[in-house]
Design a protein around this ligand. Structure first.
Ligand code: SIN
Length: 321
């Protein structure tokens, strides 16, 4: 039983990133090393953070990496720790500090695995903790406030005062502080002076995660080899044939426009399907959603970006005996 007068705990899980980055050059915004400062120290640097969490804030270091180096082992332990904390009735929500570079992939993975009737909020920073004006402390505070918001559920991300959902969010700028966008769909909401304001006046409801059954075995699982390739001018099928030869199990193609493929690549992909490789077609366009593919030997990626389609295909293939 949770005591009625005690705020439920907010867990902050640290994985590294620029938010935990430092530079030896005082005040520098670039040329730093990501993943240096421990999550406990990050929390201590934000005035009012514990109060924002109702006085019940705890931290756990899951990893300390630059998120460009994200790997299956960290993903598995992060997902399993999230699941364990979400199942704890004393926990009200989870915040994950993460690098910006693969944040959208981790968000989509967690969205696909976690039964998140509580909020799981990823946050990050574009400037290191040692910058003259770092963005991490405000993002962390916003994330904790969002994690305590009673209407918030599911896997969300917040940065630069904007709340995004796991399906649509992607990093769209290499340097700007508001580096994330949700394309045509737009953001889910905003942080207005410490208050959550949902777009359209209501909080989004998370769908049932399609791959929750994989969670218990995720640490020991062999992740299927799924590669992302691109259709472009002058593309040929050599890379596809090579991947098939190397035993690839899935290929996601970042296709042109509305899912079109260079004809030579298309022929090679048909050979790959005939050899038992799962192929999914996503659009390389940054915005919009391509129409469903019909009458082809492959499926479309359901509107996912190529990197998120790769995660979905890996998880889908993991169910196969
Ligand atoms: C990273 O993704 O870990 C480094 C870059 C960043 O967080 O902005």
């Amino acid at each position: 039983m949770v005591q009625a007068d005690m705020a439920r705990k907010i867990l902050v899980l640290g994985t590294g990133g620029t938010i935990a980055g430092t530079s030896s050059v005082a005040g520098a915004n670039v040329g730093y090393t990501a993943g240096q400062i421990g999550v406990q120290q990050l929390l201590a640097a934000v005035p009012g953070l514990a109060q924002a969490a109702g006085g019940n804030l705890e931290a756990e270091q899951i990893a300390q990496i630059d998120s460009k180096d994200m790997d299956f082992a960290v993903w598995a332990s992060l997902a399993q720790r999230c699941a364990a904390h979400l199942a704890d009735p004393r926990v009200g929500g989870i915040v994950i500090t993460h690098g910006t570079d693969t944040l959208e992939e981790t968000a989509w993975l967690l969205h696909s695995l976690l039964d998140a009737s509580k909020p799981v909020v990823l946050t990050c920073a574009m400037r290191p903790a040692t910058a003259l004006v770092p963005d991490g402390p405000q993002n962390l505070l916003d994330a904790v406030v969002l994690a305590t918001e009673p209407s918030a559920r599911g896997v969300l991300m917040v940065a630069a005062g904007v709340i995004h959902g796991a399906r649509e969010v992607s990093k769209v700028h290499p340097l700007r502080l508001d580096a994330f966008a949700s394309g045509d769909a737009g953001p889910l909401g905003w942080m207005d002076a410490g208050l959550v304001r949902w777009a359209h006046g209501r909080a989004p409801q998370p769908a049932t995660p399609p791959h929750a059954a994989l969670l218990p075995g995720l640490g020991a699982a062999a992740w299927p080899r799924v590669e992302v390739i691109m259709s472009h001018a002058g593309a040929d099928g050599a890379l596809v044939d090579w991947l098939v030869d190397k035993g690839v199990q899935g290929i996601v193609v970042a296709a042109t426009g509305n899912g079109t493929l260079h004809q030579t690549l298309e022929t090679a992909l048909a050979r790959a399907v005939a050899a038992g490789v799962a192929v999914r077609v996503a659009s390389r366009c940054a915005e919009g959603r391509m129409l469903d593919i019909r009458n082809a030997p492959w499926r479309d990626a359901g509107g996912l970006s190529p990197v998120k389609a790769r995660i979905s295909l890996m998880l889908e293939l993991m169910h196969r005996p």
